[in-house]
Design a protein around this ligand. Structure first.
Ligand SMILES: *Cc1c(COP(=O)(O)O)cnc(C)c1O
Length: 462
């Protein structure tokens, strides 16, 4: 027994092992020493519990290296987005504005009035912090914030559609990003889907003929990530609203009108020369009862689902037990309030909300940026780069067919294949995600952030 203890390597000797001291570029000396000591403590514990009969020096080293590797890597971490897709769901969707980040840090590093009414000195509601602001921006009577748009939609359907029928056009029974499918959302909300119309054409008379005693809701869904072109017909919000109005005159239980907008835009892109996307305000103005949208798509804020519309209906939604289950935390509220405040001035919002800023970058300055980066890459040995004309996409199921003309830099490295270059960049300490276009590895400069160019150059230099 005693001899086993004596075989435990010395800390100072382990610190001299090249596999371990290689980590000196990533940790303080003391941190490495601490991991060694923890590992040796574990070993002593094992000896004490008679769980080991011999000590192998290489195993001890391997154990320490594994600890350091583990310590080194966060699972969720920063990456460089060189894909040119702005609202990239796999890469975390919208980046927060500086104001939003600062507010999260301030609110979350101290106590706060999350559910405390400072005026009256009593319990308050977490929803009070942002709801009025949202209602003011979109011109609605009321607003509600929950975990994400999928839950917002589910919550609305569950509140009004339980054991009743929800009428949806066959052209709008969409799937978004694999796990969000309208028929399934309606099913888990315990409502019954009543399909109407056809894939390419749905008329108002289709909604009318689908209506019966059991009808609880007319649900419109933004097709988000696809478009039907050619011989098409869709029913407008105005038409739906007037049909519901007509039907409701002779009913006890009202038919609710609702639109799942998906992205939810506050800025009129059309007035800036981009494709027309209905703003949340325009949806609300159509007189529709409820509108739902995401916080982290074109709004450019944190993950959240926002419901806006008529107060009496939103009050009813707030009383549904699911509402409590889907509530948001202080980090979301802090980030959302920071983001919403940017919208007091639209020009300011476009400058400081990264998602909007990236959409509005002009091709000229992108060309300049790509030229500069490409030149710097070519100064490195063994790498070749060219400026490539490329299309960025908005992503996140927004403006599905609109392409934003942009520029990228291609990267050819020694005699590595395109796929090896992709892998090498992806496995960088700060991973770099580019795209492969015409068999070439390309980084679109539109989605690069401050400091990203240096990360790319450093990765290529190694
Ligand atoms: C993106 C989207 C959703 C899902 O929103 P999340 O915020 O990701 O939950 C729902 N409906 C539509 C139409 C969408 O585009």
């Amino acid at each position: 027994m005693n001899t086993l203890y004596k075989q435990i390597p010395q800390v100072s000797k382990l610190l001299e092992n090249p596999l371990i001291y290689a980590y000196l570029c990533e940790f303080f000396h003391e941190e490495i020493k601490m991991e060694i000591e923890k590992s040796l403590d574990e070993l002593r514990e094992k000896i004490r519990n008679k769980m080991t009969t011999e000590i192998n020096y290489d195993d001890v080293v391997r154990n320490i290296v594994n600890r350091l590797k583990q310590k080194n890597k966060y699972s969720l971490r920063k990456v460089v987005n060189g894909t040119g897709t702005i609202v990239h769901t796999n890469l975390g969707r919208s980046l927060l504005s500086k104001q939003a980040i600062d507010n999260v840090v301030t609110v979350c590093s101290s106590y706060n009035n999350l559910e405390y009414n400072l005026e009256l000195g009593c319990r308050g509601s977490r929803y009070d912090h942002v709801e009025q602001m949202i209602a003011n921006i979109v011109g609605s009577e009321a607003a509600l914030v929950v975990n994400n748009n999928a839950s917002a939609t589910m919550l609305c359907v569950a509140t009004f559609g339980e054991n009743k029928e929800v009428v949806v056009s066959r052209g709008e029974l969409v799937e978004i990003g694999g796990s969000f499918r309208i028929p399934e959302i309606i099913k888990v909300s315990q409502a019954i889907l009543k399909e109407t119309g056809t894939t390419n054409r749905t008329h108002l008379r289709d909604y009318e003929s689908a209506t019966n005693e059991e009808t609880a809701m007319y649900l419109k869904v933004h097709p988000s990530n696809y478009q039907i072109l050619g011989f098409t017909k869709n029913v407008t919000n105005d038409e739906i609203v007037s049909l519901a109005h007509k039907m409701n005159q002779s009913r006890d239980k009202l038919i609710i009108t609702m639109e799942d907008l998906g992205s939810g835009v506050f800025v009129d892109f059309n007035s800036y020369g981009l494709i027309k996307e209905n703003t949340v305000k325009e949806s609300v103005q159509s007189g529709i009862d409820l509108v739902t949208f995401s916080g982290d798509k074109l709004l450019g804020g944190p993950q959240a689902g926002i419901v806006v519309g008529k107060k009496e209906f939103i009050d009813q939604i707030k009383r549904h037990p699911l509402c409590r289950a889907l509530r948001v935390g202080k980090m979301t509220i802090a980030a959302l309030e920071g983001t919403l405040r940017e919208y007091y001035e639209e020009k300011q919002a476009i400058k400081s909300i990264p998602t909007l800023n990236m959409i509005f970058k002009d091709a000229n300055s992108l060309h300049k940026q790509a030229t500069r980066l490409s030149k710097k890459i070519n100064e490195l040995s063994s790498v070749n780069s060219e400026v490539i004309s490329i299309d960025s996409t908005v992503g996140g199921g927004s403006l599905p067919l609109s392409k934003l003309p942009s520029y990228g830099v291609s990267i050819q490295y020694k005699n590595l294949s395109t796929h090896l270059v992709e892998k090498f960049m992806r496995q960088n300490k700060i991973p770099i995600i580019g795209r492969i276009s015409n068999e070439q590895y390309v980084i679109d400069v539109r989605t690069l952030c401050d400091g990203d160019e240096d990360i790319i150059l450093l990765a290529l230099n190694r």
